[in-house]
Ligand binder design. Structure first.
Ligand code: GA4
Length: 311
């Protein structure tokens, strides 16, 4: 396993900068890495810390209480089993749908003080969805004229948007060497916004095949290009493969929180003509529902994008 030791190259983008500059550097980061960090992102710090606090409260509970939420199928509480096809990892997690009704109902199973949990998670999800839309707007702007700024963001604000929220809890496991917490994969949706407490674990795959550890920064969000954005930009943006190592270096648990921005299930995924210009399309058109079921069949670590390549 080759691991690069420094983080020197991961772009950290200050969203309070000049819009034309910010959109340019975002597009460059998406082309080169499919990954960058944002700071001065406008999501209030207390919203992030309160969500994190609620997450820790949940994972500290005895196992039978956590299991009352229902096992992740795919939504609910998961422990060591990731997804439906048997991938394993050294973590436990909550995977939630992000529509308000579903968040309210699941909150009742997650916490005795369910109105606190529900209020916190609804507020958090709305704040990160807004940030995801802002970033998608900057991407559309940076991709050049002709594409409306709301082109990608509209898929996340649609009331049928299939976006998810995930809390991952990595317990400290000193002396477990290179155990994997969440195996290598790319995110199937459009865009992921991920933040964590100060405990390391996330690594991204670089174009040269090395794994680069990402230094945790609780004040920043990591932005991860998903498969759908790779398809919709005809391969210009790269969906980045990433993984989380088990938490072997800290005595504290690691908690990460990921918002996965996805479109309504029946959305046709293809590259808009404004982005194709004179290039020929690299991928077939398909719906998000089709691609999503394909990801569940092919599990983590698969080369699932190839199936949609045109000859
Ligand atoms: C990876 C990204 C998200 O965490 C996720 C995961 C999903 C799950 O846990 O149910 C998947 C995985 C993820 C991709 C392949 C399939 C589906 C587990 C799995 C083995 C919620 C998502 O959308 O895709």
């Amino acid at each position: 396993m080759v691991v690069a030791t420094q983080e020197m190259k991961i772009p950290t983008i200050d969203l309070s900068g000049k819009e034309s500059h910010v959109s340019k550097v975002i597009v460059e980061a998406c082309e080169e890495y499919g990954f960058f960090k944002v700071i001065n992102h406008g999501v209030p710090h207390h919203i992030i810390r309160t969500m994190e606090h609620e997450g820790f409260e949940f994972f500290q509970k005895p196992l039978p209480e956590k299991e009352r939420v229902g096992s992740a199928n795919p939504f609910g509480y998961g422990n060591k089993n990731i997804g439906l096809s048997g991938d394993q990892g050294e973590l436990e997690y909550l995977l939630l749908q992000t529509n308000q009704n579903s968040l309210h109902n699941t909150s009742k199973l997650i916490s005795n003080a369910s109105s606190n949990f529900s209020y916190t998670v609804v507020g958090y999800v709305e704040a990160v969805r807004r940030l995801a839309c802002e970033i998608l707007g900057l991407m559309a702007k940076g991709l050049g004229p002709g594409l409306p700024n709301s082109y990608f963001a509209a898929l996340l604000t649609d009331c049928h948007s299939d976006s998810l929220f995930r809390l991952n809890h990595y317990p400290p496991m000193r002396h477990r060497g290179n155990a994997v917490g969440f195996g290598e994969h790319s995110d199937p949706q459009i865009l992921t916004l991920l933040t964590s407490n100060d405990v390391p674990g996330l690594q991204i795959s670089l174009p040269n095949g090395r794994w680069l550890p990402v230094t945790p920064d609780p004040l920043a969000f990591c932005v991860i290009v998903g498969d759908l954005l790779q398809f919709m930009t005809n391969g210009k943006f790269k969906s980045v493969r990433h993984r989380a190592m088990a938490n072997t270096s800290s005595t504290e648990p690691r908690l990460s929180m990921a918002f996965f921005g996805g479109p309504p299930p029946e959305t046709t995924i293809c590259c808009p003509p404004q982005l194709l210009k004179l290039n020929k399309p690299l991928y077939k058109a398909f719906t998000w529902a089709e691609y999503k079921s394909h990801t569940y069949v092919h599990r983590l670590g698969d080369t699932r994008l190839n199936r949609f390549k045109l000859p």
